[in-house]
Design a protein around this ligand. Sequence first.
Ligand code: UDP
Length: 323
Amino acid sequence: MRVLITGAAGFLGSHLVDRFLAEGYEVVGLDNFITGDPENLAHLTGNAKFELLRHDISTFTYVPGRFDGVLHLASLASPVDYLNHPIETLKVGSIGTLNALGIAKANKARFFLASTSEVYGDPTVHPQVESYWGNVNPIGPRSCYDESKRFAEAVTMAYHREHEIDTRIVRIFNTYGPRMQPHDGRVVTNFIVQALTGQPITLYGDGSQTRSFCYVDDEIDGIFRLYTKGDNLPTNVGNPREFTMRQLADLVVELTDSKSEIVTRPLPADDPKQRQPDITKARRQLGWEPTIALREGLRRTIDYFRPLIGSPRMKSRAQKLVG
Ligand code: UDP
């Protein structure tokens, strides 16, 4: 069995490469490294079952050999990254998804789309169940991400209906863990890096907005189960345990034993007020359920970041983002 994974050097992409290799698959990874980092796959150097190609899936793509599956993970997924690169974000969700679907069609392969809880926008239904259509601002600053993923879902369903491709769509809720980029601007990385370096912890708004955080090992297990035994309609995969951002800030300060103070900053435009997945479908269909609590997952993530603080790798990533 051989699969193609786009966005292979990213946070989730690289963990998924590891999982497929562990399950005995051959893997070809594509990445243009706009936000991914080849360091995330450095441990696979010399692995005969893995190949990494530098390539932008939003441009014409031909990859030799046959594939049983195509998994489209490539995307700028952090709000800071997609606000800095809105056109690339729209391209990879639209043209990139079409190109990846084309490869699946040519190979009669299964197609797997990494979608997002952002398709629900600032939700008026809580928790979010797959049948909810969402509350998205089509022209706001987050629309480049939200609408490109909504388009990606639409075109995936169209290929399923018209070309009978066996498709999967996962709606990923906030996921965290080792291999996140330290300067990706997301809340978990910001808070941990700030706490470990003694900088103020930047709480946006009054900190009452909520998110539900899933540890990466749980998320990857849900994704793999969905790939192998899910159905063609979207499935939420995330941890339903919901926290306010203030609770998260307090927990990070406690776990890092930091002296950092918590300061408030303005809430970004269209920032969803609440988010929690309804995972009834994943529980029933995949027998999946997250097992790692936030406290334990944060401990492991802090252990990953602590030795990186001040290292050349951390600096080069920071410089890359500035550049
Ligand atoms: N947030 C925050 N401080 C930060 C970064 C983010 O309070 O330094 C908040 C942000 O306003 C949002 C939540 O944390 O309400 C999650 O933000 P993130 O960028 O991680 O992802 P989102 O879930 O919004 O896509």
